[in-house]
Design a protein around this ligand. Structure first.
Ligand code: NAD
Length: 449
């Protein structure tokens, strides 16, 4: 099939590459000339395991090309995926500017029947807006081509995006037209090798499904963070509680890890957008408002624990972190990505800096992105996590990269000025660390307050 994917970010680049991998002819379009020039040379603008090899292979075999020429790409393709960003507007609603710009461009360049697919996360009713904008363009041009608008939200996870796309839990397709439904099924059939996980529905339900999924996951995280905070106050250990409840098949283990709050380019903005959508139709989504508020507070927990710890060291100063150095492990919003959008590390580090601390941070992939945010206000390392420990007053774990899971604790203790660990992801065994002489602060763990 001839496909064009407009927007070559995390979603568009992965989708386009995986469609090429399954034999389609794919042209990826972006307005960012530098990005497109790089991609033509095999330079991948994001960190996503396995993506680079796949881009290079499919480009070399002629199935995957990159361009800034949207008009030519649309003319050459039957299926046109819109995969541009939908950032939050000032009132929290999804900003559809980029999606509708692309829709307008498709309308002004299409020649013949086109399938237009919303892959970006967009509020219920967006497909209607896309349809209207495309039709306006066709009318303005005085031409009359048929087209269908499909909702096909994306569920991939950054860090595991290729696997998620190639072996999806499910593919949701919102479509009103039988012929287009068949084409979409054909397009996705190579990814349905074992069982058919294709879920066809009406367009509005498909649009809603994406928001409901992310809102549910965010709710589980905020719920578990509050359980953890209560555990801490009651002398219970949230890790044991998590196992105890996760073993119930109605609950399951996933997304029950307490921590430093959720971040990333999706959960915060999608929760906000759904609250806003509800408001627009006169419905108060109280639960989601609380989910958001709990998350905002949770991001402050690590710096508050650090402040509390150093307030009690006898200094009695009004700024207990002045003159202290905190080493931070993990900057990206989660492991296996360089994405810093809405990362809890931003809140943690900004607060530490505001309290007068010096901050040194390690991350295997996100340093380049972090530099855009913190500039030279902090010191960075992307090589060895031990590089930033010498003489630091404490170590805080903010992102659970695998390489932090089993570190050399003796080396950490030797390097730190005082052996204090704030484990924002509950990676370590509190009892073992205490035996080794560490002061250990986890999230919601018995006696580790
Ligand atoms: P991104 O910001 O990484 O990429 C968007 C790309 O679109 C950029 O490269 C930008 O230059 C390009 N763009 C903007 N306007 C354009 C135009 N007019 N023509 C061509 N290109 C244009 O975004 P992303 O993370 O890939 O997310 C895209 C959408 O997918 C969002 O709606 C997001 O909510 C959704 N989504 C993201 C993820 C994720 O994990 N990142 C997962 C599922 C769904």
């Amino acid at each position: 099939m001839k496909i064009c994917v407009i927007g070559t970010g995390y979603v568009g680049l992965v989708a386009g590459t995986c469609f090429a991998e399954s034999g389609n002819t794919v042209v990826c379009v972006d307005v960012n000339e530098e990005k497109i020039a790089g991609l033509r040379e095999g330079v991948i603008p994001i960190y996503e395991p396995g993506l680079k090899e796949m881009v290079i292979r499919n480009s070399a075999e002629g199935r995957l090309t990159f361009t800034t020429d949207l008009a030519a790409a649309v003319k050459a393709s039957l299926v046109n995926f819109i995969a541009v960003g939908t950032p939050p507007g000032e009132d929290g609603s999804a900003d559809l500017k980029y999606v509708l710009d692309v829709a307008r461009a498709i309308g002004s360049h299409m020649e013949g029947f086109k399938i237009i697919v919303d892959k970006s996360t967009v509020p219920v009713g967006t497909a209607d807006q896309v349809r209207r904008v495309v039709q306006e363009e066709l009318t303005r041009r005085g031409v009359n081509y048929e087209f269908d608008v499909v909702s096909n939200p994306e569920f991939l996870k950054e860090g595991a995006a290729i696997d998620d796309f190639m072996k999806p839990d499910r593919v949701v397709i919102g479509v009103d037209n039988v012929r287009t439904a068949e084409l979409m099924k054909e397009l996705y059939s190579p990814f349905m090798r074992k069982t058919d996980r294709m879920i066809l529905m009406d367009v509005r339900s498909a649009e809603m499904t994406k928001y409901a999924a992310n809102a549910m996951l965010a709710t589980r995280i905020s719920f578990m963070n509050q359980i953890a905070n209560l555990c801490e106050r009651m002398g219970a250990d949230v890790s044991a509680v998590r196992e105890g409840i996760g073993s119930d098949s109605r609950i399951g283990y996933d997304f029950l890890y307490p921590g430093a709050g959720y971040g990333g380019s999706c959960f915060p903005k999608d929760v906000k957008a759904l609250v806003r959508t509800a408001e627009e139709c006169g419905y108060d989504f109280m639960l989601l408002k609380a989910v958001e508020e709990v998350n905002e507070r949770q991001k402050m927990l690590i710096p508050e624990k650090i402040l509390r710890h150093f307030s009690g060291d006898g200094a009695g100063a009004s700024r207990p972190l002045a003159g202290k150095t905190i080493a931070v492990w993990g900057l990206s919003f989660k492991p296996r990505t360089d994405d810093m959008r809405e990362a809890p590390s931003i809140v943690v580090i900004e607060r530490l800096l505001a309290e007068g601390a010096s901050v040194r941070a390690h991350d295997p992939e996100a340093v380049r992105e972090a530099q855009k945010i913190f500039g030279d206000r902090i010191l960075y390392s992307s090589s060895s996590p031990y590089d930033i420990l010498a003489g630091a007053d404490a170590l805080a774990i903010v992102t659970e990269w695998n390489e932090y899971r089993n570190p050399d604790f003796e080396r950490i203790a030797e390097q730190l000025k005082t052996p204090v660990i704030f484990d924002g992801r509950n990676l370590y065994n509190p009892h073992r660390l205490k035996e080794m002489g560490f002061v250990y602060h986890g999230i919601g763990r018995n006696g580790s307050g």
